[in-house]
Design a protein around this ligand. Structure first.
Ligand SMILES: *Cc1c(COP(=O)(O)O)cnc(C)c1O
Length: 461
């Protein structure tokens, strides 16, 4: 399978190069040139497969030029064996035909483990084969950093540098990063905010002179492999609930648009998905674009669901590429307008977008009221991101005939503030993290400048 850039100017690449690429050289994002399509009979035959077996069916066509079948099967089995629940992504019913899919049984208790546990293993194999050592740099507001570090901790062929805003991530989130002690893992606590971290990382990708000739690899959701891994759990949930005989809907707490984009791809690949619901917090640009064609940028608000506090959703570009009929030139013009907030979609594009997605927005007060109500009714504790998904599911669903699945993107223990604000008690850490607060930490506090960070990196690779 070949991958092409959304901006249409960079060369098409195979999977191995896309895995290592990050942004395309023209500034675009890589997408598959064509998608595999599965028939209803084929999907029906997958009922009863274990999670890693299903993952093989879905991922194999995307990676076949880089990984043999047996090798891939082995990697997938190992990846998902590390999850703490034997169903890997279990469903829990919390209302009439309303299910929560728990995506937080991985090592860092958030859905990002599904992709990053796999990404780390794929990278390791490829680098081993190429006898290459690379540098990973990423910025995190919390969940991505720990999932990336957990995913890469066993890789011997890379050094990983994760920037987080000093004293602005929760203690659980910080400790999940800083307590993994290994001589190729560096946590950089930057005295600035998340945007500063992201700016430094972006600039480093743009000018890589400080890397002594080494390659810089991206682990944020611009990396195609992350999207690919997330397609699997849409199939898993839908098949469990009766697909392909019966359609299923999904509600997805959305920040960078990576997770919901994977659902959109699952639908294009043949999964009967009735509704895809984009759930946002007060940082609601995606909800405004979908409901009102309004892409104006507003200032960032800090909410109780920090992993969705995002102004510019990088993966939305991948969807816009389809709305531009995969015309790279048209997309480039639209992205220039998105950047300055003046973008406006054509009537056709708006209609297409509305036929594909519904959307809703929940502020902090609404988030807490949903957490409180679902606890009272079911004794089931939602994390704040998932609560927004449940709210949007209830608000946007068109029929109670169709089962709806809300993606539970994190374990509530990661976000105690929201739980306490909802008048409930924060849960205790699961067993494998029970001693998190006693473990020794390692982090490097530094100024939020590109020079400081790059000097640090250069001295250690
Ligand atoms: C990353 C994250 C999200 C947002 O996912 P996107 O793919 O960026 O849309 C939602 N909830 C949690 C808990 C996250 O960590």
């Amino acid at each position: 399978m070949k991958y092409i850039s959304t901006r249409g100017q960079a060369p098409a690449l195979g999977f191995e190069d896309v895995l290592l690429a990050g942004l395309a050289s023209d500034g675009g994002l890589y997408v598959p040139e064509t998608l595999p399509k599965f028939s209803a009979e084929e999907i029906a035959s997958w009922s009863g497969l274990a999670y890693h077996e299903l993952a093989f069916k879905i991922i194999q066509p995307f990676v076949a030029d880089a990984f043999g079948d047996e090798e891939l099967k082995e990697i997938l089995a190992e990846t998902y064996a590390g999850f703490a629940h034997k169903a890997v992504a279990p469903l829990v019913q919390v209302g009439p035909s309303l299910h929560v899919m728990e995506l937080f049984h991985g090592p860092t208790l958030a859905f990002k483990d599904f992709a990053l546990q796999l990404l780390g293993r794929l990278l390791d194999k490829v680098l081993e084969r190429r006898k290459e050592r690379v540098v990973i740099m990423g910025a995190t507001s919390g969940d991505t950093g720990s999932a990336a570090i957990e995913g890469c901790r066993r890789c011997e062929n890379l050094d990983i540098f994760i920037l987080h805003p000093h004293q602005r991530v929760s203690e659980v989130q910080r400790r999940q990063m800083t307590t993994i002690l290994s001589d190729n893992i560096y946590n950089l606590a930057v005295t600035g905010n998340f945007d500063d971290c992201q700016r430094i990382v972006k600039k480093s990708f743009a000018n890589q002179d400080f890397l002594k000739g080494k390659r810089l690899v991206a682990v944020n959701s611009i990396n195609w492999a992350r999207i690919m891994a997330q397609i699997v759990y849409y199939f898993h949930a839908a098949i469990t609930l009766g697909a392909p005989g019966r359609p299923v809907s999904f509600s997805v707490p959305t920040g960078n648009f990576g997770d919901i984009f994977a659902g959109y791809l699952a639908k294009k690949m043949g999964l009967p998905i009735e509704q895809l619901i984009v759930a946002t917090n007060s940082n609601d640009i995606l909800h405004r674009i979908i409901s009102d064609n309004n892409a104006q940028q507003e200032s960032l608000e800090h909410t109780l669901s920090p992993s969705m506090d995002i102004m510019v959703s990088s993966n939305f570009e991948r969807l816009l590429f389809d709305l531009c009929d995969q015309d790279g030139e048209k997309l480039s013009a639209l992205m220039a307008d998105m950047d300055d907030g003046s973008a406006s979609l054509s009537i056709n594009q708006v209609n297409k977008l509305k036929s594909l997605f519904s959307s809703a927005r929940a502020d902090d007060a609404t988030t807490c009221s949903v957490i409180e109500r679902v606890w009272k009714d079911n004794e089931y504790l939602l994390d704040p991101h998932t609560a927004i998904g449940v709210y949007a599911a209830e608000k946007c669903r068109k029929s109670e005939q169709t089962p709806i699945v809300c993606l539970a993107t994190a374990h509530p223990v990661k976000f105690p503030d929201a739980i306490i604000r909802s008048g409930l008690e924060s849960p205790s850490l699961p067993e494998h993290l029970a001693d998190l607060f006693d473990r020794p930490e390692s982090q490097y506090v530094m100024e939020a400048t590109m020079e400081t960070v790059q000097e640090f990196v250069t001295a250690r690779i």
